[in-house]
Design a protein around this ligand. Structure first.
Ligand SMILES: Nc1ncnc2c1ncn2[C@@H]1O[C@H](COP(=O)(O)OP(=O)(O)OP(=O)(O)O)[C@@H](O)[C@H]1O
Ligand code: SF4
Ligand SMILES: [Mg+2]
Length: 359
């Protein structure tokens, strides 16, 4: 990771909080989230730890149902019922927030942390014009409603920033009068109008066509620089992660299995699951996806062994007999949890053997 792009992971998972670093926007330690259901307790997230500094983007990747949205929603105190945080801490701009009530959360949402969802119509009110929705959201640094003229000036400036050449018209428009890409940019403007430190974007471009997707990504990148935003980006798309992320975290069955600089994780994954996941996702290089066989395990009473064993070509007796390990450091800024040697180490060993055989 270059000096220009300092590590998003200000301290190693499991190490003491890096709250001393004033650039740390978000710190998550040992976060465990469960949904009690009639069929049993779904442990959707288990022991997740990471930290993120301002101006940086952590892409959260993993198969459907692995806990990405659960983690994203937990960061804003917005877990869907009956979800609850069982263990762990969330520190937002130096303040512990994991046990806040909905009333205590209210002034923080939008001002410290915001969310952008896949479907902008879930964020936009269909019966109010965009300008009114923006105006109702704007607050000053003390949480008060600023004078009308200032509200309009801020809203219009932001509509321009998200790429609207005719912000006046958008201000007066109802959501149904805008295209999907325009709705998503309007939702982005509303989520950022109070200059939060952290944006959680849950598959913000999945529903858009490729051209509009590129526009929205450009706008997120531009506003991130302008506002010095930390972004948690949930995505299935390797191209999107490569375009925006400084770091990548890979979740499998509710557990972080690999965490590190985006370029390294995407180009040379060290965990067998990350390698399998990347091979089965559409990639910018256009190579044909290779399906990852099998299914993730049930999250009700998850195993204490590695949950990837039934699908892993490298699984051996050690994986069966050992408990699933904690994240361990692989190389500078990178962590991985697996019992067997990393894929990069195996690649190097294979190359060395090949050189010996074939000097
Ligand atoms: N309200 C709920 N009640 C019970 N279980 C839930 C609830 N919400 C999520 N889950 C379960 O928690 C697990 C994680 O779900 P989550 O939505 O976080 O996954 P995801 O990684 O975001 O998936 P996707 O990529 O499909 O959006 C899944 O097993 C899911 O069934
Ligand atoms: S611990 Fe074993 S089964 Fe799990 S990913 Fe590593 S090699 Fe595969
Ligand atoms: Mg989701």
């Amino acid at each position: 990771m270059s000096a220009l792009a300092p590590p998003a992971l200000a301290s190693a998972p499991g190490e003491p909080a890096s709250g001393r670093d004033p650039r740390t926007a978000l710190e998550v330690r040992d976060l465990t989230v469960a949904y009690p259901t009639p069929a049993g307790t779904v442990v959707a997230l288990q022991g997740a730890s990471f930290s993120l500094r301002r101006g940086e983007t952590l892409a959260l990747m993993g198969e459907s149902g692995c806990g990405k949205s659960t983690l994203g929603r937990a960061l804003l105190g917005l877990l869907a019922p009956p979800g609850r945080i069982e263990r762990g801490t969330i520190t937002l701009a130096g303040r512990r927030v994991e046990r806040l009530s909905q009333r205590e959360w209210q002034p923080l949402r939008g001002r410290e942390i915001s969310m952008l969802m896949q479907d902008p119509m879930l964020a936009l009110n269909p019966v109010l014009p965009i300008g009114l929705q923006l105006s109702e959201t704007v607050r000053d640094a003390r949480g008060r409603v600023p004078p009308k003229r200032e509200v309009r000036a801020r809203g219009m400036a932001l509509l321009r920033s998200v790429g609207f050449e005719d912000p006046d018209r958008v201000w007066r428009s109802y959501p149904f009068q805008l295209s999907g890409g325009m709705q998503q940019r309007a939702a982005l403007a509303i989520s950022l109008v109070n200059r939060p430190r952290v944006l959680v974007a849950d598959e913000p471009t999945t529903a858009l066509d490729v051209r509009v997707q590129a526009q929205v990504l450009d706008v997120i990148r531009k506003l991130q620089a302008e506002l010095d935003l930390a972004v948690v980006l949930i995505t299935h798309d390797v191209g999107v992660a490569a375009a925006l992320a400084t770091d990548v975290a890979v979740l499998y069955a509710g557990r972080l299995v690999e965490l590190g600089p985006a370029q390294q994780v995407l180009a040379t994954p060290t965990h067998p699951y990350t390698a399998g996941l990347l091979a089965c996702l559409p990639s910018p290089s256009g190579g044909l996806p290779r399906p990852l066989g099998g299914h993730p395990p049930s999250l009700i009473e998850p195993p204490d062994r590695c949950p990837f064993i039934p699908r892993c070509a490298r699984a051996d007796a050690t994986c069966q007999t050992n408990r699933f390990p904690a994240l361990a450091k692989q190389r500078p800024g990178s962590w991985r949890r697996a019992i067997t040697p990393s894929l990069t180490r195996s690649r190097r060993t294979r190359a060395r053997r090949q050189r010996r055989r074939d000097p």
